[in-house]
Each structure stands twice: as C-alpha cells, then as structure tokens.
Unconditional design. Structure first.
Length: 406
C-alpha cells in the first residue's frame, strides 16, 4: 500500500518517519511544496529549534491548550512531553536542553536539525518529493489521487494531511472537499502595542520572568517579557493573547494591563531599603540593587524624577515605595497589535468535532488523516504547539500502521 503524507513540517516528518519504520513493506511518500523540509513551521530560540515544553503533559492540557484542550487531554495520554524528550534524546541520540519558560530546544542550529531529519527520513526509506505544489485531492475508485501544479498525478491508499493553516489553501480545501468544517483563522501570537512614554526607546530589553495581567478578564500569566519597537512581546504576551484573543478582539485591542517586571519571589522593599542604608554613597542610577535591565532601571528613576546626581542616601524614602510600585504594579494601556510572523500559530482550521481521536482519522472519509497546525488546536507559546504536532503525528502514525498492516 502507498501512504501519502502531504506537508513536510514537524508533524508531517514525524508521520512519514514512523510509518516508514513501522509499516514494513509499504511505500511512504512525503510531499512538500518548498525546496526542503521544515521551512515555515520552524520555531527557534537563539537559533535553536524549539521542540516541546516541560508542562505539555496530560494533566496540564486544560491550562496550556486554550483551544482543543479536551482532545489534547486524550492525545497526550498516548504521547506527551516525556515521550517526546525520550524519543529525541534516548531513542534518537539528539541532545536537547531546557531553557527559560520551561521550553526545550535541540542543541544545534536549524540547518543542522533539518539535515538530521533528512538523514533519518532517507535511511527509513521515505520517498521525499519537494518543489511540488498540490492543487487537488480527490477520492477515486481504488484510493486517492493528487494533482500537482507541475503536471504530476500521485495515487495513494492512505493520505495524511499536514499542510498547516496559513501556508496556502490546499490542505484546508481538501478538508472541505471531504465535508469537514473549517473554522476562521485568528492569529494568536502577537506583540501588543503600547505608546506609554515609560517604554519609549526601550526596545530590545528582555525580562526573563515577568507577570502580565488583564484586570477586566481576571487573567494573569508569568513568563519572559520583551519590550519591542511598538510595545510588548515575548512569551508572557504570547500566553496572554492565546488566553484572551477573542476578548481582545472585541475590545479592538484597546485595554489596560498590569505588569510586574520582577519575579514573583522577589520582594523589592527590603532590597531598596538596604541600598538606602548600606550603599548610601553609591549613585542611585549606577547602583541597581534589583539587577533588572540597566536601561529600564534608569528609565524608572527618571520617570520618578530622581536626580541623576543623587546617591542612594539622598533618595527620598517616599520614592522607595514609588520604585517598588513601578516594578510590581505598573499600569499600561494597550492600543493595538502586530503579528510575530504570518506563518506562526493561528486559532482555527479543521474542526476537531469531525475527527476521530486518538486516530486522527476523518469521520467523513476512511483513510484520510489530519495532523499538526491545520487542526483547530491552539497552545500557549513556548513549545506547546510543537508538542501538539508531535502528539497528533504519533497518534496518526500508530493508527495508519495498524490500518495498513491489518
């Protein structure tokens, strides 16, 4: 039998690899419209591919998958973060490393990681076909047939669609051909605009742990936070958008947020008091007792009108409380947004109601499977959506292998 996997992102590569290794005697063909694999889906931190998050386990599904949590709960029982970590590091011998926000990355650059996948696909016997633009997929008498823009036709007994949600319309169009509901796309990984003078010219500053809250929604998230050219970005903002995107949209992305710029376990009051008492001769601008980014520290003091010549001993004790307030309870006004990258995670896509989980097989058409980001599953940023790709892919591959070997 011939197994056709369309889309060579993370999910598509995993389905193809597992099927080729385990469905012995069956042909696996992996189709990709770009000139290589893992192009538009690749997320990275410091140039290293992001593969999962330490909190992407079954008991945590409701908290980390704002959309599709019920389905992910069942799927993660069969393949979660622990299986992913074990597969990469123990089974495949690929070094991985935990970084901030509990995310895990592969300890190599993206080009090396892509080569690593290409080598394994080739060794497993996957027939990789790149530079093919699929234009149609139909059910025919003895299986399925795909037509390409390049004039080729390909036949298959089993088709797995892994085309993503934002890269062209073929995959979602094929889902509609098989009578699947396709929900509207809504980007969830955003930067939030903020024109507050306290953030002006502060772009590039990174906070490893900050807490951002929306009082009107009664939601609060903790994660890394970046000051971008137009406002706020980073993992914390990504989480906030994933949890509150519909409400934000209803407010036209104009609403107040509260920010705690320092970690939750840091108590600034005694640290500031100690600086006043023990380092009274040190310049307040130069001596930063809380070890927050220096440019931001100077901006806080300037905003509170502390003289640049003042030593800590001359800083009014009333200002101590104001410094603490600025770092713990700052109020800011959000006045817009922009997307991180147009290929990154969106809510929407193929409805989960018409897909059988855990098999990932269409309820409308036997032998058609859906995996990865073309599904209406939305995880928080920081590796959860990449874990979703692995999880749906492994569940689908297991089902495909069982089907063709029956």
């Amino acid at each position: 039998m011939q197994i056709l996997v369309i889309g060579a992102g993370s999910a598509g590569c995993m389905v193809a690899l597992k099927c080729a290794r385990e469905a012995v005697g069956h042909e696996v063909v992996l189709l990709e419209r770009e000139n290589t694999i893992l192009t538009h889906c690749m997320r990275s931190v410091d140039g290293r591919p992001l593969i999962t998050n330490n909190d992407a386990y079954k008991e945590n599904a409701e908290d980390v998958y704002p959309e599709g949590s019920k389905e992910m709960l069942g799927l993660l029982h069969r393949w979660d973060v622990y299986q992913t970590q074990g597969w990469f590091e123990s089974d495949e011998g690929l070094p991985i490393e935990e970084i901030e926000d509990d995310a895990w990355v592969v300890d190599m650059d993206i080009d090396s990681y892509r080569k690593w996948w290409l080598e394994r696909l080739q060794k497993a016997g996957v027939h990789l076909r790149c530079n093919l633009s699929m234009i149609d997929l139909l059910k025919v008498t003895d299986g399925f047939r795909v037509w390409t823009k390049e004039g080729e036709t390909l036949d298959a007994d089993v088709v797995c669609l892994a085309t993503g949600i934002t890269q062209g319309g073929f995959g979602l169009g094929a889902a509609q051909y098989f009578k699947h509901e396709v929900l509207p796309q809504q980007a969830t990984l955003l930067d939030l605009h903020c024109s507050d003078s306290r953030l002006k010219n502060m772009q590039g500053i990174h906070f490893p742990e900050a807490t951002v809250s929306i009082p009107e929604m009664n939601i609060s998230v903790t994660g890394s936070l970046d000051i971008s050219g137009k406002g706020l970005g980073g993992n914390a903002i990504g989480q906030l958008c994933s949890l509150g995107i519909d409400w934000m949209k209803s407010k036209d992305f104009k609403f107040p947020v509260n920010i705690r710029w320092i970690p939750q376990d840091v108590k600034p009051e005694p640290i500031i008091r100690r600086a006043h008492q023990e380092y009274s001769r040190r310049n307040a601008y130069e001596f930063n007792p809380l070890e927050i980014p220096q440019r931001f520290w100077e901006r806080v003091l300037k905003y509170l009108k502390v003289d640049e010549r003042d030593n800590w001993g001359r800083v009014d004790p009333k200002v101590h409380n104001q410094i603490c307030s600025q770092l713990m309870f700052s109020n800011y006004r959000i006045d817009g947004f922009n997307m991180w990258k147009n290929e990154w995670t969106c809510r929407g896509g193929v409805s989960l109601r018409e897909i059988d989980t855990p098999s990932m097989q269409s309820k409308h058409q036997e032998s058609v499977y859906f995996v990865g980001e073309m599904l209406n599953i939305d995880g928080l940023p920081g590796g959860y959506n990449t874990q979703m790709a692995w999880t749906t892919a492994v569940n689908a591959a297991n089902s495909i292998v069982e089907q063709v070997d029956a």
